[in-house]
Design a protein around this ligand. Structure first.
Ligand code: C2E
Ligand code: CA
Ligand code: CA
Ligand code: CA
Length: 279
């Protein structure tokens, strides 16, 4: 039994060490990747449901790893969040996204809005409003052209402190959206008091429309809630015309998803926009 116990201990210790080493290696690699400018932004159109017009784009982070290729954010953002690397990474995303939209607008490509994801840890920074103000000043992007997306769960964690923080952000003149709406636990009392502009219905509710009646009810309820609170509402993950027809019927303002466009590089986005206009 003693032998057995020691063997078991050794097994667990090895497994833990391996996991820790993998994590450390990935962290070092990510840090290096940021320094070596291996990060890239892709952009996905946000579309008006009524007129199919482009209302803006969302910046989505990718890591162009020299050995692994294009790494999606779900594979490294959680680690960046845990280690605090999300702070420099998030600053890079904000600056790069704002600079890109400013450059497009200076070239006559009048996209109205750039949406940028803010991680919970960034949102908690005491000076986040100053950081965003500095990025706007540095890039020259008008504040109303920037929309910050914060997840529902990040906002509801400390709702009173959130209220103050959101007010400071709103005072910059930027737009605020609640991301992944419906997956957290919103207090309606707070939702009413938050100075937000938009709810983004989480794509998990859209995926099984029109076969899942419960998802259709929830989506319709969120759209109704947004309308009653005078907020814009966007449906994420729209892949089919059946989903689009349902959303239009419920009065949803805007949508985002593969039905319209996948996230793409800046060059590919502009190429399709220009071709679309010419056609
Ligand atoms: P999100 O903010 O909810 O972004 C939407 C995700 O849905 C994106 O995944 C997008 O590619 C994907 N998507 C868009 N249309 C469709 C569709 O029709 N069907 C399906 N199945 N998916 C669709 P992506 O780019 O892999 O990003 C995943 C998550 O990573 C994002 O979810 C966001 O939470 C996070 N993320 C991405 N970029 C950043 C960033 O710059 N900063 C932070 N903090 N998080 C980011
Ligand atoms: Ca988002
Ligand atoms: Ca989302
Ligand atoms: Ca998400």
């Amino acid at each position: 039994a003693k032998e057995n116990g020691r063997g078991t201990y050794r097994f667990y210790r090895t497994a833990l060490t391996d996991a820790a080493n993998t994590r450390l290696a990935l962290e070092a690699k990510l840090r290096r990747g940021l320094e070596r400018e291996e990060m890239v932004l892709h952009f996905q159109p946000l579309i008006g449901i009524g007129d199919r017009k482009l209302v803006g784009v969302e910046a989505l982070l990718r890591w162009q790893d020299p050995t692994d290729g294009l790494v999606p954010p779900d594979r490294f953002i959680p680690l960046a969040e845990e280690t605090g690397l999300i702070v420099p990474l998030g600053d890079w995303v904000l600056t790069t996204a704002c600079r890109q939209l400013k450059a497009w607008r200076d070239d006559g490509i009048m996209i109205d809005m750039m949406a940028v994801n803010l991680s919970p840890r960034q949102f908690q920074l005491p000076d986040i409003a100053e950081r965003i103000r500095d990025v706007l000043a540095e890039t020259g992007l008008p504040p109303h052209c920037l929309e910050i997306e914060i997840t529902e769960s990040a906002l509801m964690e400390q709702a009173e402190a959130t209220l103050t923080k959101l007010a400071a952000l709103k005072a910059l003149g930027i737009r605020l959206a609640i991301d992944d709406f419906g997956t957290g636990y919103s207090s309606l009392a707070y939702l009413k008091r938050f100075p937000i502009d938009k709810l983004k219905v989480d794509k998990s509710f859209i995926a099984d429309i029109p076969s899942n009646l419960a998802d259709m009810e929830i989506t319709a309820a969120i759209i109704g809630l947004a309308q009653n609170l005078n907020l814009e509402v966007l449906a994420e993950g729209v892949e089919t015309t059946a989903q689009l027809d349902f959303l239009r019927g419920k009065g949803c303002d805007t949508a985002q998803g593969y039905l319209f466009a996948r996230p793409s590089s800046a060059e590919d986005l502009i190429r399709t926009l220009v071709e679309g206009r010419a056609a």
